[in-house]
Design a protein around this ligand. Structure first.
Ligand SMILES: NC(=O)c1ccc[n+]([C@@H]2O[C@H](COP(=O)([O-])OP(=O)(O)OC[C@H]3O[C@@H](n4cnc5c(N)ncnc54)[C@H](O)[C@@H]3O)[C@@H](O)[C@H]2O)c1
Length: 249
């Protein structure tokens, strides 16, 4: 399958996990991938891996919660490759806090990166996506659909991403831009490795986030993201697709 030949895709969080797997998948399908991450070493590693396999990719360090940095990065992508066909927003952070002890700064950081960062990327990319009749794929989560104990900041940020994505889908439908979410659950990545839970965490409350068929590699989400970002998803917009092994079914 070469669904991204002559197409430019900007991927955030491309240094690790689902973002990295998406960048690798899209490049393998012929896309030129502009990879963004806060972690320089990680994002350069992704680009090295793609180019070593014969793909096209460029790396840029960017904090998605920094408005100026996002504006410059989207412009740098368009300057580098000449256009933008799809935006894949996977940068994000997860933290667990006892709600009664949640600090304002911790809440704000999660909202700034997961929700506001996603908005900044969408906002800066939309004029280019209108030109290319392109699409957006945002990272929501099963935490946006079902309660996540000690995860109020994270679930609120992902619920916001879900609602924001639907609104963008409707606002831009007549202009030919699609916007969708993936809602992963229980995917094995850096994010889910060695989580720092608060002492009050009750793990009996967690089964609703555990996959029925066990945790899965980020590539299973990347395949769905590639479908949504490509022409295969041409009549899908304002949708969210769970990739959770049936957990919430
Ligand atoms: N892994 C899961 O089980 C799971 C489940 C549901 C949703 N998600 C969502 O999928 C997305 C990808 O998660 P993942 O599991 O691949 O995580 P990950 O930690 O493996 O990758 C996230 C990447 O985002 C980058 N990042 C963090 N803050 C950033 C910032 N301010 N600016 C730019 N880059 C930043 C990190 O450096 C990292 O490379 C996230 O939005 C996450 O919330 C993951």
């Amino acid at each position: 399958m070469q669904r991204f030949t002559d197409k430019v895709v900007l991927v955030t969080g491309a240094g690790s996990g689902i973002g990295k797997a998406s960048a690798v998948r899209i490049a393998a399908e012929g896309g030129a991938v502009f990879c963004i991450d806060l972690n320089r070493e990680a994002v350069e590693g992704t680009v090295e891996e793609i180019t070593a396999a014969g793909g096209k990719a460029a790396a840029r360090v960017c904090d998605v919660s920094d408005e100026a940095s996002v504006r410059d990065s989207v412009q740098a992508c368009v300057d580098h490759y000449g256009s933008l066909y799809s935006l894949v927003n996977m940068a994000g952070i997860l933290r667990f806090d006892d709600t009664a002890q949640l600090q304002a700064g911790h809440w704000q950081k999660v909202i700034d990166i997961n929700l506001t960062g996603t908005l900044f990327l969408c906002r800066e990319s939309l004029p280019h996506l209108v030109r290319s009749k392109g699409s957006i794929v945002n990272a929501a989560s099963t935490a946006a659909l079902s309660g996540l104990p000690c995860g109020v900041a994270y679930s609120a940020s992902k619920g916001g991403v879900l609602a924001m994505t639907r609104s963008i889908a409707v606002e831009y439908a007549k202009r030919g831009v699609r916007a969708n979410c993936v809602c992963p659950g229980d995917i094995t990545t850096g994010m889910t490795d060695g989580i720092d839970f608060p002492g009050t965490m009750d793990f009996d409350l967690m089964p609703r986030i555990m996959s029925l068929s066990g945790p899965r590699a980020p590539e299973v989400v990347a395949g769905v993201i590639a479908m949504l970002a490509s022409e295969d998803g041409i009549h899908i917009t304002g949708e969210d697709i769970r990739v959770d092994g049936g957990t919430l079914s």
